[in-house]
Design a protein around this ligand. Structure first.
Ligand code: SAM
Length: 207
């Protein structure tokens, strides 16, 4: 793990405010609300807004990230909301998540470094049960001009870290797609995601 990358996230989360807000991501909220609660794994979960929302709906929640500062804030948010989450910090393949175990996996703005992407998605797929759901939203390949026009919308500045529809098809082959699209949306999430941007969304069911 690159020290600079980890330091950037820890410093971001050392701020007192919840930098992406305390409310769940809209797409995650909308999609998860239609699925019967079971066990869910959230990757790159940061300060825990989505994990806490899922736990309040009755899901048994596991999450991971590289940031200890993110975990601290996620556990505080969970405590305030009177729910429990299993939140692990470190390199995903070393965190011991069970295979063939989860009913859903959520990746919300999980812009993993491109070199890790293939292995991480394979392992995530292995953790998901058959008929399990993947809910995904991240900045899309068309996002860079939006970011140049309005840096407050946030997101990676390099094209390799953004997701095309084809990337999702490659990462999740053998899924029945409920939705797979890149679209322009308006974001209002804390202090780092504000304004119009282009996102790629995927909700798929493992065949
Ligand atoms: C834009 S934030 C999104 C946080 C959260 N999913 C949300 O929607 O509020 C991206 C997150 O990815 C995490 N991250 C970056 N690289 C990672 C990696 N290799 N493994 C796990 N998490 C990573 C960061 O620490 C950060 O919390």
């Amino acid at each position: 793990m690159q020290d600079q990358w980890l330091k950037m996230w820890d410093n971001r989360y050392k701020q007192q405010v919840y930098v992406y807000g305390e409310e769940p991501n809209n797409y995650f909220k909308e999609q998860l609300s239609n699925i019967k609660p079971g066990k869910i794994l959230l990757g790159a979960e940061g300060e825990g807004r989505n994990a806490v929302f899922a736990a309040k709906l009755g899901w048994q929640v596991s999450a991971f990230d590289i940031s200890h500062e993110g975990k601290k804030k996620a556990l505080e948010l969970a405590k305030e909301n009177d729910v429990n989450i299993d939140y692990r910090v470190g390199s995903f393949p070393e965190l011991g998540f069970e295979l063939d175990h989860y009913d859903a996996i959520a990746l919300i703005y999980a812009h993993f470094p491109p070199s890790l992407r293939k292995d991480y998605y394979q392992l995530l797929d292995n953790c998901l049960k058959s008929k399990g759901h993947v809910i995904f939203e991240a900045f899309g390949k068309s996002h860079l001009p939006y970011r140049s026009k309005n840096p407050k919308v946030g997101g990676p500045q390099d094209i390799e870290s953004l997701y095309s529809i084809e990337d999702l098809e490659l990462c999740f082959p053998n899924y029945k797609s409920i939705e797979l699209a890149e679209k322009e949306i308006e974001l209002s999430e804390g202090i780092y995601h504000n304004g119009v941007g282009s996102v790629t969304r995927f909700h798929g069911v493992k065949m």
